[in-house]
Design a binder for this molecule. Structure first.
Ligand code: NAP
Length: 248
């Protein structure tokens, strides 16, 4: 059961990968964690169980972040449970890679709808309760490629660069209400999203990382946890790269 003395933390795409690590980073006596995911699978239950084992509370809901209707009903349930949203982590994301000349309109639309429009819809929905509270922490998961560019990912790069611009605009809009808005830009992190890369491509990527290894989901989660903490109260509109120095 949710404990009303705790902070309410919402993580989109919390069933796997980086999102699950973020849910786990908040697991403990201080937060009620709510997360969503897109496809019914055992993965979401596993996130709930892992958080419970770490002494926390987490509840997952099947929600398409690209659908305003579904997102509004998701946040209504959370507000009914706890009456507040303290932290929103816009993490849900997909790739549909391909060279621009062969990229289908649907692959462009799907990536922009989930990665960028999903971030817009979720952020817009929490704005009202956060403004009432005069407190909020919004953390958007971008990517190093949103700053550096990457061939074969024009749709994904556009969505992740869009998230950086969105973060800065919203940080300026909401700063006076006690709400900070920042982005975290992971580099190459081994999750299902990068599992299909060949060993050769992975080796090449690692050879370009000054710290000499791929990132772990927990490395990204640690930056998110910091941005949600009191220690980060004077940081807004920033992008923290968690990439082992892959991009500087
Ligand atoms: P992942 O392992 O593929 O997990 C993606 C998560 O997003 C899953 O929980 C998935 O739910 C959820 N999701 C997908 N579409 C959704 C939708 N329409 N509505 C709600 N949830 C949805 O990916 P990841 O590697 O952890 O990536 C997490 C974030 O980090 C993404 O924004 C990604 O772009 C970013 N990132 C990743 C890397 C990397 O190297 N891995 C690098 C830079 C940035 P289901 O389980 O139901 O599919």
């Amino acid at each position: 059961m949710a404990d009303l003395m705790k902070r309410t933390v919402v993580v989109t795409g919390g069933s796997r990968g980086i999102g699950r690590a973020i849910c786990l980073a908040f697991a403990g006596p201080e937060a009620n964690v709510y997360f969503n995911y897109s496809s019914a699978s055992a993965a979401s239950m596993e996130t709930e169980e892992l958080v419970a084992r770490a002494g926390g509370f987490a509840k997952g809901f099947q929600v398409n972040v690209g659908s305003e209707k579904e997102v509004e009903s998701f946040f209504s349930k959370i507000m009914e449970d706890t009456g507040r949203v303290d932290v929103l982590v816009n993490n849900a994301g997909i790739t549909r890679d391909g060279l621009l000349a062969r990229m289908k309109e649907k692959d462009w639309d799907d990536v922009l709808d989930i990665n960028l429009k999903g971030t817009f819809i979720c952020t817009k929905t929490v704005t009202r309760p956060m403004m009432k509270q005069r407190y909020g922490r919004i953390i958007n998961i971008s990517s190093v490629v949103g700053a550096s560019g990457n061939p074969g990912q024009a749709n994904y790069v556009a969505s992740k660069a869009g998230i950086i611009g969105f973060t800065k605009a919203v940080a300026k809009e909401l700063g006076s209400r006690g709400i900070t808005v920042n982005a975290v830009a992971p580099g190459f992190v081994e999750t299902d999203m990068t599992a299909s890369l060949s060993e050769k491509v992975k080796e090449l990527m690692i050879s370009q990382i000054p710290l000499g290894r791929s990132g772990r989901p927990e490395d990204v989660a640690a930056a998110v946890l910091f941005l949600a903490s009191e220690g980060a109260c004077y940081i807004t509109g920033q992008v923290i790269h968690v990439s082992g120095g892959m991009y500087m």
